[in-house]
Design a protein around this ligand. Structure first.
Ligand code: PGA
Length: 257
């Protein structure tokens, strides 16, 4: 199956508008026009407007790190799907930090995925096990449950009904920000044995084969290529290294080499 690789940078809660402008203007020359890979930058909400104008006319896409599923109303501090869609093509949903620190459940993630689809946003849905679950050999159960509940009832319709407008990021939580990445073969096996079959049960095999599944967790310029050589790994969701111009450029280029 020929899935186009995708590399997304999750800046998390970093970068003022001034910092974001500086970083993006340094990054664009190295990333732009590198064909064969979809490139996505996900700054904090406050920097979306500034970054969107810097990315205008480039082939680099913008993503948000979260949204709330309600269309509008009394939800202090939240951002609606339409507000995100004003600037972005992508949105990260269900990141483990949202689940851990803000109590997001699989049901919440599901509502957010539905809302993203309703606004033509491509969700990057994060799933992955904790260290405790990993050590107790529960990875397959946890990841399967997160995939099935998070994507329950999702319908592919309209122009992009082939699955290419849904992205999954497999991020073992014990690998995020720890400098301890999973082994590429282990990550590939989780995708091959659990995630792709769960997508098959949900959407049928043909669509499941078209959905891109990224690896995330301590991806660097040095290890990215080993992940991308795995047949089931279609790119990366990058945290810390997405704030470093040389590293992030190297990761993006590794996806097409
Ligand atoms: P990391 O974060 O690359 O810093 O490990 C990945 C993520 O949280 O998406």
């Amino acid at each position: 199956m020929n899935r186009k690789p995708l590399v997304a940078g999750n800046w998390k809660m970093n970068m003022t508008v001034a910092d974001a402008r500086h970083l993006v203007s340094q990054m664009v020359p190295g990333l732009q026009s590198k064909s064969g890979v979809d490139k996505v930058i996900c700054p904090p909400h406050t920097a979306l407007l500034a970054v969107s104008s810097l990315l205008e006319g480039t082939d680099i896409s913008l993503g948000a790190q979260n949204l709330f599923w309600e269309p509008s109303g009394a939800f202090t501090g939240e951002i609606s799907p339409a507000m995100v869609a004003e600037f972005c093509d992508y949105v990260i949903l269900g990141h483990s930090e949202r689940r851990a620190y803000f109590g997001e459940t699989d049901k919440d993630v599901n509502r957010k995925v539905q809302a993203a689809f309703a606004h033509d946003l491509t969700p990057i849905v994060c799933i992955g096990e904790t260290l405790e679950e990993y050590e107790a050999d529960r990875t397959y159960d946890v990841v399967f449950r997160q995939a099935k509940l998070g994507l329950d009832g999702i319908q592919f319709a309209g122009q992009e009904s082939d699955g290419s407008n849904l992205v999954i990021a497999y991020e073992p939580i014990w690998c995020i920000g720890t400098g301890r990445a999973a082994t590429p073969t282990d990550a590939n096996e989780v995708i091959a044995n659990v995630i792709r079959p769960a997508l098959g049960e949900l959407f049928g095999n043909e669509i499941a084969q078209r959905i891109r599944v990224l690896y995330g967790g301590s991806v660097t310029g040095d290890n990215a290529r080993d992940f991308f050589q795995q047949p089931e790994i279609d790119g990366a969701l990058v945290g810390g290294a997405s704030l470093k111009v040389a590293d992030y450029t190297q990761i993006t280029l590794a996806a097409v080499q």
